[in-house]
Write a protein that binds this ligand. Sequence first.
Ligand code: ZN
Length: 242
Amino acid sequence: MKLFDDDFIVGGFTAGASGIWTRTKPTDPPTQDYTALSGELGIPLSSIVRPYQANGQLAAIVGTEHGGMGVLSDNVLKKTDGLVTSDSGLVLSIIAADCVPVYLADREAGVIGLLHCGRQSAAGELIHNGIARMAELGAAPEMTELFLGPHICQACYEVGAEVRDDFALSFTAKELERIFRREGERLYLDMAEAITVKALREGISRGNIHFSRECTCHGSGFYSYRRGDRGLQNLAYMMKKR
Ligand SMILES: [Zn+2]
């Protein structure tokens, strides 16, 4: 499904027919899902880039020279969970099955970014690093729009106390109150709230932060790790048109 499509950017989130967006070996051909997406967008496979994600903190600046990496050929973007570009016609993509796809755009500067934000990255530095890489290309946080794509909702996301301990290293007690809901012994994590707090800290304005209401776990249209899907993923993509 397309999440937005205007004269500057197109972006979406799709399970694909089979949810297989990775290849076992770099020499394998691109998966059918990539081929279908390429046809749908009218963009060649050599213009799509996918990093090797690691639930980490790194965001990389990419350009048309990275086109096809992770899709048609091997990838120099290792342990990378965020992509940033100012090049038009290059499709940034990440895979996710409950983690949050974070779409960023500064229309004025002509810079976009796409982050794969799981809980380690939300507690860590990925949001900061993504916005910092965009600034290197001339983007300004106060001009940047942020959109959170489909991800696991708080009601579906029960976590252990160790996750809250981890978050306590980078969030205040007051922020933790908003990010975690307690029901008796159970703790539920609100990823959207955690990312919002981090984005506001970086200077993105609240009015520029928007959400998808879709949950990958209790909704039926997407793959979900929590619901039991293994090795099957959804793909988030974003391209600057001009
Ligand atoms: Zn849910």
